[in-house]
Design a protein around this ligand. Structure first.
Ligand code: ADP
Length: 889
């Protein structure tokens, strides 16, 4: 126990933020900040004798005193910090705690406690090599600060001790007030000790303290042992007068005692309740076991009752309700273990879940807002948007109009689905997408009859159950991908769905009841029109969405995709910036698609890479650096075994700057070419591809139309020794095979004119076979539009002259050499543009289709129109067609 000590006139000061060390208390602290480490090193570690330092509480600027009176009531404590802030200019700048970036004034308390180090240990942190100290301090006596100044990195203070002299103390002890107060304090303290001993079943060592230690010191020791708030700690520190100190300590000890008692009561109550609920649980378990044994099952009964309630609330039409009740009665008669019970239940659940009446409230359609919405969500597509607005306008004027079903046709990723969802948003209706890709079984649309094992409702009814309203916008996605086989024809079921006459009473086989689909707004999407059965096509209005030009893609990426991708990855432009030039490179080198789906994927890959970096950097921010809360000192510990109290010293004025630096958002990542390659890999496409592939005679560049939009298709021909046969490879359909035959015949017939053979009578295929291959051999190909490309490739082969690498062509050819028009011109021209092709040969009669091609694309291409095959050859070869060249000579 601390005996009277002689304090020096000046003490090194260790600040305690929002924490007070009282005399007699023992505390263990870890010093990590440079200033506190320096202080410990110089004042305690390097000294021979046991050093004494001053512990001075400081009030964090964030912790404002609740009232002026609370700190000064007992001993008239004032705040030194406020005083020092006035004299800041004369004193050192260390008074401005927290550095330049922290403007708040930190309030030093003007009273502290001198403390002696009982134990010191030094540690070196790895790998930083930072020195830290663990110090066990014992509070000795109070002092008041006369003047605060700095020594190097830490503070020192000129102090006056506040302890009473022995003679003074003897005099106070005679005071009857003091005697009464100390008796009262001891009684309360005794009571507390008894309660704690009872709780912890520890021996009476602490009682000895009461007899041996002077009562005014006991007051401090007791109060230091349990948790009280900072204001009360300060008040205790300021209680220099022993009578004031005793009465304050009695009050605090008593309060602590009461709180222990209340806590005990609560614990007892909770324990009682726990055992009660445990008992109940056991009983319930037993009850359930008995019921199971007897075959009773209350749970099932409850479930059926709940199902019945749900059915009542479902708003079924009268005839459906009658049917449902019949089914329910059957269910009630069944035992849960009986076959058919479950299927009957699942069926009734479906009836209860279907939105028979529930509809999303259709708000008054605001065409202007709808137009704005379409514009916000989608770039360009002016024609498509106009058509959608017309469609919405008709619906507004005549809500039950039986207009055609809109069908968006175009390659993947051009915005078909998102346009449909914008329509739903504009109408204020829910949106549901039903995927029809690969549906070959009629039952997928219409459901299986319930007699089948594992029968289910069809996709439409299932979709309605999921969406929960009877008037959603339903997107029939990839309607061109439905096929028919032995299991029926899904298209005919769809026909019923889309026919306003029939869909009022749509009959799902599983449901076996009519469901009214007339309130649903159907929108369909398809990649191509051709595969859609004509009857179905007849019900729909096709709106074509061609692919985008690179410039359009760039705009879409910058305005729509990038902000959305960043948002999806929890990033913003503050963290990641992808400059326009880089997006352009992604478009040119990493995507060659008609839509923007891969582009979006690639941007997402960049965002993911950036997110990892940002997340890693966040991790490095030392959020909890040296800011640990102080542990609460426990009376039990201090009194029973003199246990040390662990506490962290909060560094002041040294590390704050570092912390705020770490918090500051660093500059954003700006994607450059190196990062692009690192994340997306080496470029996938370049403009040189065509030139490389047509480097040998016999290869020509065609334009074809696939489900993914327009594509460039190379045709390769080669000749070898043989018997004059034609070999074709590349998964070709009948039409394209015939085109190849026609092409070969045409070339053979004109072999002499084209100067491919010298002798008039000689056979071009004499002693040799021809092999034509369409690369990308795994993709099936068909259609007549490769005619001109085939001829060009054969002429190139036989004349051994290379086809121009910058020229692509499309066109059907007749046996007599006429070039016939083909479909998909717009997509094909866009594809040529994407591949960096400069010249496109088209059938003359396709000239009108060029009106649909964006002007920006047209202006960068040379369009050459051909009427006959000779025109094509003239343009396909450098310097014109072989025979013309000959005639020029
Ligand atoms: P689809 O249904 O045609 O396959 P999606 O509707 O799923 O394509 O579109 C793919 C992505 O591209 C979506 O995120 C969509 O928002 C975006 N997108 C497509 N076209 C545009 C456009 N014109 N403006 C803005 N975003 C677009």
């Amino acid at each position: 126990m601390a005996e009277s000590v002689e304090l020096p006139g000046r003490l090194a000061i260790l600040p305690f933020r929002n924490k007070v060390l009282l005399p007699g208390a023992i505390i263990r602290i870890r010093c990590t900040s440079p200033s506190s480490v320096k202080l410990v090193e110089q004042e305690l570690w390097q000294r021979e004798e046991k050093g004494i330092i001053g512990i001075l509480p400081v009030r964090d600027a964030a912790v404002e005193a609740p009232s002026a009176g609370s700190t000064s009531s007992a001993g008239g404590g004032t705040n030194l910090g406020e005083r020092s802030s006035k004299t800041q200019e004369e004193t050192s700048d260390s008074h401005k705690l927290g550095g330049k970036n922290q403007q708040e004034v930190i309030h030093w308390h003007n009273r502290g406690v001198a403390a002696r180090a009982l134990h010191l240990s030094r540690g070196v942190e790895k790998p930083s090599g930072r020195v830290t100290y663990i110090v066990v301090l014992e509070g000795l006596c109070r002092f008041s600060v006369q003047e605060l100044s700095t020594r190097g990195t830490y503070y020192t203070a000129r102090i006056t001790p506040l302890e009473m002299a022995k003679a003074e103390m003897d005099q106070v002890e005679q005071d009857p007030d003091f005697v009464a107060l100390s008796r009262q304090f001891k009684a309360t303290a005794m009571e507390l000790i008894s309660v704690l001993e009872q709780k912890q079943k520890t021996g009476g060592r602490t009682k000895v303290l009461l007899e041996t230690v002077p009562v005014h010191k006991l007051a401090d020791i007791f109060v230091a042992s349990f948790e009280i708030n900072f204001e009360e700690q300060l008040c205790m520190l300021d209680s220099v007068d022993v009578k004031v100190r005793l009465s304050k300590a009695t009050e605090l000890v008593d309060r602590h005692l009461q709180s222990i008692r209340v806590a005990e009561k609560i614990t007892q109550k909770v324990e009682g309740q726990l055992s009660k609920s445990q008992k109940e649980f056991l009983l319930r378990q037993q009850m359930r076991a008995i019921k199971e044994e007897l075959g009773d099952n209350d749970d099932e009964e409850d479930d059926v009752a709940a199902l019945e309630r749900k059915m009542q609330d479902a708003g079924m039409p009268a005839n459906i309700w009658k049917h449902a009740q019949r089914e329910l009665r059957r269910l009630k008669k069944m035992q849960p273990q009986q076959p058919g019970y479950n299927s009957s239940r699942v069926y009734l659940e479906l009836l209860a879940d279907l939105p028979w009446q529930t509809a999303s409230e259709e708000r008054e359609l605001d065409l202007k807002a709808a137009k704005e919405r379409l514009d916000i969500d989608h770039y360009g597509l002016a024609k498509v948007k106009k058509r959608i607005i017309e469609y919405l306008a008709v619906r507004k004027l005549k809500p039950d109009a039986r207009g055609p079903v809109l069908c968006f046709v175009g390659p993947p990723g051009v915005g078909k689905t998102s346009l449909a969802s914008s329509i739903a948003a504009a109408l204020g209706r829910k949106f549901i997408r039903i995927s029809l890709g690969g549906v070959k079984d009629e039952a997928d649309i219409r459901g299986h009859r319930r007699t089948y094992i594992g029968s289910m409702p069809g996709r439409l009814i299932d979709g309605l159950k999921r969406v929960g309203v009877c008037n959603p916008v339903m997107l029939l996605d990839e309607i061109d991908k439905t096929g028919s086989d032995v299991r029926g024809d899904p298209a005919s079921a769809l026909l019923e769905v889309l026919d306003p006459e029939q869909n009022k009473t749509f009959n799902d086989h599983y449901l076996n009841l009519p469901f009214d689909l007339s309130k649903v707004i159907f929108v369909a999407t398809a990649n191509r029109v051709q595969p859609i059965p004509p009857a179905l096509l007849d019900r729909m209005e096709v709106i074509e969405l061609p692919g985008y030009t690179p410039e359009e893609k760039l705009r879409i990426a910058m305005r729509h995709l990038l902000p959305r991708v960043l948002d999806q990855h929890g990033l913003s432009f503050d963290f990641l910036q992808i400059p326009e030039a880089m997006v352009k490179l992604v478009i040119q080198r990493y995507t060659r698609e008609a839509g923007v789906r891969n582009l979006e994927r690639n941007l997402a890959a960049l965002a993911r890479a950036a997110a990892v970096r940002v997340a890693e950097r966040d991790h490095a921010v030392p959020l909890t650096k040296d800011v640990q809360r102080l542990d609460s000192p426990l009376l039990d510990g201090r009194l029973a075994d003199e246990a040390e109290v662990e506490m962290e010293v909060i560094p002041i004025g040294v590390d704050n700057h570092d912390i705020s630096n770490a918090f500051r958002v660093a500059s954003p990542f700006i994607v450059d070419e190196t990062m692009l390659e690192k994340v997306l890999g080496p470029p996938k496409y370049d403009d040189k591809e065509t030139a490389e592939r047509v480097a040998t005679p016999g290869v020509s560049v065609g334009l074809v139309w696939t489900a993914f939009g327009g594509e460039v298709q190379f045709v390769e021909a080669t000749a070898m020794g043989g018997k004059g046969e034609l070999h074709l490879t590349g998964q070709l359909g009948d039409v394209i095979k015939e085109s190849a035959q026609i092409a070969l015949t045409w070339v053979r017939a004109r072999a002499t004119e084209l100067k491919l053979t010298t002798a008039v009578e000689s056979n071009l295929l004499e002693g040799r076979d021809v092999h034509i291959h369409f690369p990308a051999g795994a993709v099936p190909k068909d259609g007549p539009s490769a005619g001109v490309t085939l001829v060009t490739s054969l002429v190139s082969l036989f004349s051994q002259r290379r086809v121009r690498a910058d020229t692509a062509m499309t066109g059907e050819m007749t046996l007599r050499g006429l070039v016939l028009p083909v479909g998909g011109v717009k997509d094909k021209v866009l594809a040529a543009h994407r591949y960096g092709i400069k010249r496109v040969i088209l059938p003359e009669r396709n000239f009108k289709d060029l009106a649909e091609v964006p002007a920006a694309v047209l202006s960068s291409l040379e369009i050459l129109l051909a009427k006959r095959m000779e025109d094509v050859l003239e343009q396909a070869f450098e310097g014109g067609c072989p025979w013309r060249q000959h005639s020029k000579l």
